[in-house]
Design a protein around this ligand. Structure first.
Ligand code: SAH
Ligand code: SF4
Length: 444
């Protein structure tokens, strides 16, 4: 048994967050333990993201700082794991020759054995492993908190032309439903009251007879679970059946992250998204009809190759018409090896991309504030996540749909408190605590 300290730094999306917990679990089983500072570690691992050039550059410069530490600390070993390892292994090898390992997302089971091997003078590069790796039997080493992220699928079968994910994480693989439910039961037993199901496209989940709406319903019925959330929904696979399951279960949060990417059909077609603006709009109408409380958020890419002013105006108009609660807006970033990079020139100037990004952000800021303000006066259960960041005597939590609420009382994380929403400060709602859930929570 080893007893070395592992320091792990994670970039990118929640999938990487869970992968880091999986890696820690695999290593803790062998006697390693997590440390919070690289200076105290024997092993440093950096879990990287390749989705945009900016994320990649930031990761590379952050990894470079460990070269100095390695010189100072004899025996320290440094590995890069995650999407960048598979997407840009040779670049990492060239730019960061001091690394010990460059490992793709499917080879983490090899880590304990690799860590036990004697050091080498060059990085060991292992990017691919059996395509069926699911880490299905590995219980992630979760940190404290109220939420357990639970991966239901790995990889992606969509080939959105701009995206590195299918190449960096491989084809979609779905976990068996029973083991997902067992993991949720275990998380609840360990004190996590909220579960978030994760996949690049949860709506295409299917394992044998079990499709995503059935899995979600089963998750919602696990005893003791207070809230179930899920990410991400691809519009082409989001069915009315799924929306009905959300509406029928009180424990499923009325929330949908539904990436639009663009509002122009020509751009959507070049992106390979497989829906039109009209279809997306219809889907949002259906979703809001079935789940009236819905909190709707999205991702938008501005400045995709060939996006004209007229194309952008269509995105602008659609974003305004839909009136989102939140949006993540990105400037198109050309990723080597993707179909968009091969076929289209990255021809929208950076200044234009930035202006478009600011425009969409401004529209969504407006709709976000309007939609939050409309919540004032409502009585809702707020699930407390912890102390407010501004004032330790206040607590922060969320409404079922996911709006952030601050209350002027100290309550413990995981407690569900009946609250009347009283005001909006910036994007944060304020609320006053009511006496009893049964008497106070409205059903509108
Ligand atoms: N599977 C999820 C997440 C993919 S990455 C989904 O399909 O929504 C998260 C977001 O990053 C995407 O929705 C997209 O808006 C953005 N993104 C992906 N590739 C990008 C690129 N090359 N340039 C800019 N943004 C990108
Ligand atoms: Fe990338 Fe599209 Fe898959 Fe999302 S659905 S991970 S954007 S290829």
């Amino acid at each position: 048994m080893n007893s070395g300290g592992i320091y792990i730094e994670t970039y990118g999306c929640q999938m990487n967050l869970v992968d880091s917990e999986i890696v820690l679990s695999l290593l803790e089983e062998r006697g390693y333990h997590r440390v919070e500072q690289p200076e105290r570690a024997e092993i440093v691992l950096v879990n990287t993201c390749a989705v945009r050039e900016h994320a990649e550059a930031r990761a590379i410069s952050n990894i470079a700082r460990f070269a100095r530490l390695k010189k100072q600390r004899a025996g320290l070993r440094v590995g890069v794991i995650g999407c960048l390892s598979r997407h840009a292994a040779s670049e990492l090898e060239r730019k960061l020759p001091f690394l010990d390992w460059i490992l793709g997302p499917d080879v983490y089971r090899k880590l304990p054995a690799l860590l036990a091997e004697p050091p080498r003078d060059r990085p060991l590069v292992l990017t691919h492993a059996p395509a069926d790796e699911l880490y299905d039997d590995v219980l992630p080493a979760r940190r404290d908190g109220i939420n357990a992220w639970v991966t239901i699928s790995r990889g992606c079968n969509n080939f959105c032309t701009y995206c590195v994910v299918p190449k960096a994480r491989g084809p979609e693989r779905n976990r068996p439903g029973d083991s997902i439910i067992r993991e949720i039961e275990r998380a609840v037993a360990d004190g996590f009251v909220q579960v978030t199901l994760l996949g690049q496209n949860v709506n295409s989940y299917r394992h044998r007879e079990l499709a995503f709406p059935d899995l979600l319903a089963r998750a919602a019925e696990v005893e003791g679970v207070k809230r179930v959330r899920f990410l991400t929904s691809h519009p082409k696979d989001c069915s009315p059946e799924l929306l009905r399951v959300i509406a029928e279960h009180e424990t499923i949060c009325p929330e949908l992250h539904l990436p639009l990417q663009a509002g122009s059909d020509a751009v959507l077609k070049r992106m390979g998204r497989r829906y039109t603006a009209a279809k997306y709009r219809k889907l949002v109408e259906t979703a809001r009809a079935i789940v009236p409380e819905l909190l709707l958020s999205t991702d938008i890419i501005v400045g995709f190759p060939g996006e004209s002013d007229a194309d952008f105006r269509e995105t602008e108009a659609l974003v305004r018409a839909i009136s989102y609660d939140d949006a993540f807006v990105y400037r198109y970033s050309e990723r080597p090896g993707t179909r968009a990079a091969l076929k289209y020139e990255d021809d929208v100037p950076l200044a234009v991309k930035t202006a478009r990004l600011m425009r969409i952000n401004e529209i969504v800021r407006g709709s976000g504030v309007r939609r939050r303000r409309a919540q004032i006066g409502r009585r809702l259960p707020v699930l407390v996540e912890g102390a407010s960041t501004r004032d330790p005597h206040e607590s922060m939590g969320r409404t079922p749909a996911g709006h952030v609420v601050v209350i002027s009382e100290t309550r413990s994380a995981g407690e569900e408190v009946p609250v009347r929403l009283t005001a909006l400060a910036g994007r944060t709602l304020r609320g006053e605590v009511l006496d009893s859930v049964a008497a106070s929570v409205d059903n509108s």
